[in-house]
Design a binder for this molecule. Structure first.
Ligand code: NDP
Length: 226
């Protein structure tokens, strides 16, 4: 049975991923900062639930200690924040920028580093991370959104290095845009439901091969410009 660890699984796309991988018979480790009733219901169906605020180093340490010696096939970095409402030039502050960078840029990289022994012991060696088309520098034609855009662009740069560094060890590092999805972050007018987005993301993860290592893909598998 393949295994997957998903961050931010309490709601939104992360919850839909946990539900679908559970349905598909995978061993799911669902990490959550807040535990929703829907996630608790998954716990009753055999999904392993772990408290994890991704910016809390001590909690990352507790998670890795609890998983010591256990192989992990897929790390799915889903947790993310849009950042402060005050995100226009002229109203920015260091605290808002740094907090957004911590969750979106720093945490996925540190989690991959912490879970490397587990991933090396797994058979698939996939690190999938939700970035965003808004992190594409080439695609930015409208400006603004400083904390979010900068955090996802920084994430993309870090993951490109990770793909180059871990590729020779058999890894596939995927940088994924989930589409515009109807969640708390995406709002009510998004094009995709969480289930549609999660189904597309699962297809990309499940068919991932080393040829995909270091690619920035949208939910339909099309390559995006960096
Ligand atoms: P939501 O706002 O619906 O959910 C965000 C999830 O991330 C929640 O589970 C939240 O947990 C978790 N999270 C936030 N901060 C932390 C933290 N410090 N530690 C642990 N978990 C945390 O967002 P989406 O489901 O829409 O987004 C998921 C990912 O997809 C994000 O990375 C986002 O940037 C990306 N994305 C989404 C798009 C969309 O249209 N929705 C478009 C492009 C990218 P809690 O419930 O505790 O707050």
């Amino acid at each position: 049975m393949p295994s997957i660890l998903i961050t931010g699984a309490g709601r939104g796309i992360g919850l839909a991923l946990a539900q679908q991988y559970c349905e598909a018979g995978w061993q799911v480790i669902a990490c959550h900062r807040s535990r929703s009733p829907a996630l608790s219901a998954l716990g009753e169906r055999g999904v392993s639930l772990h408290s994890l605020d991704v910016v809390d180093d001590a909690q990352i340490g507790e998670l890795t200690a609890s998983l010591a010696g256990k192989p992990l096939d897929v790390l799915f970095n889903n947790a993310g924040v849009y950042g402060p409402d005050a995100d226009a030039f002229g109203e920015l502050d260091a605290a808002g920028l740094l907090a957004t960078l911590h969750v979106n840029t720093v945490a996925p990289l540190l989690l991959a580093q912490a879970l490397l022994p587990n991933l090396l012991a797994g058979s698939r060696k996939v690190i999938a991370t939700l970035s965003s088309r808004m992190g594409s520098i080439a695609d930015n034609g409208s400006g603004g959104h400083y904390p979010y855009r900068a955090s996802k662009a920084g994430l993309n740069a870090a993951l490109k290095s990770l793909a180059i560094d871990l590729g020779p060890r058999g890894f596939t590092v995927l940088v994924l845009h989930p589409g515009w999805v109807r969640t708390d972050m995406g709002g009510p007018h998004g094009q995709l439901s969480v289930d549609e987005s999660a189904a597309g993301l699962r297809r990309l993860v499940d068919r991932a091969s080393q040829r995909d290592n270091g690619k920035f893909l949208d939910v339909d598998g099309h390559e995006l410009p960096w």
